[in-house]
Design a protein around this ligand. Sequence first.
Ligand code: SF4
Length: 382
Amino acid sequence: HCPVGALQERDDTGKVFDALADPKKITVVQIAPAVRAAWAEYYHLDPKFATAQRMVTALKQIGFDYVFDTDFAADLTIMEEGSEFIHRFTHRDRYTWPMFTSCCPGWVRFVKSQFPRFVGNLSTAKSPQQMFGAVAKSYFAEKIGVDPHDIFVVSVMPCIAKKSECAQPTMTDACGDADVDVVLTTREMVRMFRGEQILPATLTETPFDSPLGTGTGAAVIFGSTGGVMDAALRTAYHMITGSNPDPDAFSAVRGMDGWKEARFTIPGAGTVRIAVVSGLANTRHLMRALEKGEVSYDFVEVMACPGGCAGGGGQPIHDNMELAESRGNVLWALDKAEPVRFSHENPDVAALYRDYLGSPMSPRAHHLLHTDHNGWKMPSEK
Ligand code: SF4
């Protein structure tokens, strides 16, 4: 029995086929960053050919009305989480340290069940998948003039724990319905492609739909260990100094070591001590060291799966092969190739703040994009 809910697999493809067949439903699908690095492995396609845009074509052929990119919401997460970190960092006495990332539901469940005294250290920012759902059922529904209850949001994730995340009672902020209706793993999406006799080798490319389909290089690296920290530091640096750092200035957070540490100096803020950890055994070591006072940090990224989401429990499985590193390298290469590598430069995220949310951490942003980690209980909690 997996203690963090990352391995209880079930098949939800039937619910998605039912929604696609329902003429009253407006079907919206989002694709997580790590999925694009792995979806075509069963078809033995070159990663350079197996682009996210070919996945868009396949999902359109299956019948989705809108195909969007979780990268958009990853950039949004950085705007909220980066702002939250700066707020905490500049009001140090009001908080306990370090601040932890909150985008991995396997980690959130782990800390709630194993180290509950640290729950208050989690960022209150929802994960990108949940932020996406909340924005789809509010801003996007308004933009296209439909009742948000008619929008059916599907996520394609590298992750099984995302299925329980979207079912939490606290993840219903946009219209009272769940922000995300169904989570499919990468494997389930491929099962749907097979059921619909889609041949990926023959697909042409289709761009993501707008306005929730734009992502930056900083967003795509969410799928690899160190990526969230790297992206957050890029934007936090800009928020503090008013200018961009070299996008590779924080590369010490990259790589497959299970527990990485670094210190960065940000003019005007001082030295920020960070750690990046992946895999729950490494996480347990780090948490025990924190409890004993052997280490201290300002900001810690935790991913439950070794190597991060690229090696997530919902990704294709190949006997005796561990592909988190090579998939992660695909994502870092995509970041390098992106013309925009800063979340705060995502034009669609900027439009969302200008037209709807106001600013990061505004009351509306807080209502839609943040959560109370104490607002739901693990099965083991009384
Ligand atoms: Fe899911 Fe693993 Fe990624 Fe965490 S690290 S969000 S459990 S795939």
